[in-house]
Design a protein around this ligand. Sequence first.
Ligand code: 26W
Length: 820
Amino acid sequence: MLNPIFKKEKFKKSVREEVKNLFRTTLEEANSHQIYQAVCYVVKDVIIDNWMKTQKVMNETDPKIVYYMSMEFLTGRYLGNNLLNLTAYGEVKEALDELGIDLNAIEDEERDPALGNGGLGRLAACFLDSLATLGYAAYGCGIRYHYGMFKQEIRDGYQVEVPDNWLKDGGYPFELKRPEYAKEIKFGGYVRVSYNQETGRNDFIQEGYQSVRAIPYDLPVVGYNNNVVNTLRIWDAEAINDFQLDSFDKGDYHKAVEQENLARTIVEVLYPNDNHMAGKELRLKQQYFFISASVQTAIQKYKKNHGDIRKLYEKITFQMNDTHPTVAVPELMRILMDEEGLTWDEAWEVTTRTCAYTNHTIMAEALEKWPIELFSRLLPRVYQIVEEINRRFCERVRAQYPNNEEKIRKMAVIYDGQVRMANLAIVGGYSVNGVARLHTEILEKRELKDFYEMMPEKFNNKTNGITQRRFLLHGNPLLAGWVTEHVGKEWVTDLSRNKGLTVYADDEKAQAEFMNIKYQNKVRLAKYIQEHNGVEIDPRSIFDVQVKRLHEYKRQLLNILHVMYLYNKIKEHPELPFYPRTFIFGAKASAGYERAKSIIKLINNVGGVINHDETIKGKLKVVFIEDYRVSNAELIFAAADVSEQISTASKEASGTGNMKFMLNGALTLGTMDGANVEIVEEVGEENAFIFGLTADEVMNYEQNGGYNPMQYFNNDPDIRQVLMQLINGMYSGGDMNMFRDIYNSLLNTQNSSRADMYFILADFKSYAAAQERVEAKYRNEAAWARSAILNTACAGKFSSDRTIQEYVDDIWKLERITVK
Ligand code: 26W
């Protein structure tokens, strides 16, 4: 199975050669970064062979293809993962060892391609991994941002955003520029309608537009041990007419400059907003840019082997990752009608059988809406089509629900001067799915109720998953080895095999081994934290971890308020038993999200006070890990005892970090929200710590009112004490105003929004009680080990392989390919 290139002697020779060719130097003199690049290029050679073979099989067998369209792909580093999926990691590690080179150090030379914000982008990357591993033909379609997610630095406790130029020093080793597949994308101008004698129909011709050239870069997506290599195609932009002097003479100087600017700005940066719609013109440009390029490419590819464009849906699905790619619906209509000559009805039939939509959030502020003025100015022809989609759809609604303008108000695609992208995605596609059972139920019963009633057949659930290959095999080699010893290697492609670990849950030896591995991973993380954050933590303490984007609904604030409460307890009762705890946070806040940023500052300041208080004898530590990202996430999950999943019930669509913790044997401390519900269902409530309001209770309060946070403040001295400490200068060097906004957000009604929007005070005491159960259980080593093993054992459902197979069976209907 092993490719001969990875035979040790051969591989060592190739690396030497590559270092020489690339850098005109010897291996002995090359620095780590040069060696890293050389190793990548040797590995890339193998990948390219399989890549071409996969293409050949696709051409010969003509399978149906899914195009996974996403503005974000948070892939994390490639080198280690590629080696693992090529099953060459061990060989290469040994070969490099013999050269005196440490593979882990080489891997650390790679920058994370951070082309995504959080859950949605990482999910897209897990899905590509599973698609390739299961042998399905798939393209990821995205944007080659020059600056992905910012690098986070913490200065004086504050988040500082630093641009992260991931393409610095000669681009990215694994990508391949494909200029021969460039496409032209048009913006603005107007639509001229002219009668066509030949066809007897009107032609719609866009004129006076600006255009930009979309250039694809391909990244390989290596399947596990199956020779399949799919493609993640990310689009870069170049100016269409490199600056021509004569355009000055023609009076087009201004336009030439503008087109240059358009090309320069369009893919410059990823919007660092998570669950918040900014409504920026450039963002809509980005969306149309990569969608038009991707749709054009897909159609061109289809037409190479197929005569009848009316059957497009038999060979292609466009899966839209949230509403960000929804302009695919009218763009496909445009191409089918204006370029392929289909009638409206024919084009609509094709479009609504080709497009499918995944919803990832019910947060109202995340819903994408574009002002008509902006949309029609930027995409004049596409807008005409959206208008017609809306007109016809409203007609249908009125026919089905006569005299019910309420239905129109809720379901229209264009309303109140805005284009509503979710409504467009639902109307223009054949499938709408949520990402966890509870989330889909909320969509059907509340958020999208009217659509569900009108077209229930479109709705379905696909509970998220994660790839065990990155988050166990690569991220936690010790535990991966242990799992293999006990249930065999098959779990790598069939995570349900982990069930076999159940029989070891009560086995003393297995428990000791399991906890010892956890301990070693804690030592590894402690070392990372010491090196990167300068904080010393005790690997024997309970590692209680919350890593995810910073958002009020995710309630990092509840966590840190509870830490403040514990600190008060320890100070007041130093004699009481207390199991040492380390609270670990990692989170980026959107650059413009002020409250999120002050929560980061609060966490750091609380750490500053507690970590330096010698009187508590190290019982409590708080660390904020700077620049949380995929690469350090792998270390963090492996080392966690407790997984904090404490969102306000109903707000977290699914969560996927929760699954990564579970797989690595951490116990969930969480609310009944998102996929937590299913995690608890799999592992049993006695192996998790559940607390807080239910989704129904939260939604009830939201609908009917009756929630009064002041009552907790007045009646509960512990809560009052902690809240007063936000404004008495205790954690702000005497500054009484530093955290006043946070205090106000919990207690004071500000400009029409309710105080404590996320029910932190309502859940505080039940959270504290759950934390007490954590401590009690941890004291009982056997009980903890048992639960930890069961978490790893019961994580099978949460493999993205399972998720992808469900997408294939219910939505995409793909057939597998085999590559020899
Ligand atoms: C328009 C601005 C914007 C940007 C990003 C709106 C919404 C988003 C994403 C949908 C936010 C996101 O990443 N959502 C997360 O998706 C994960 C994968 O399904 C879920 O596990 C998380 O619960 C959800 O918050």
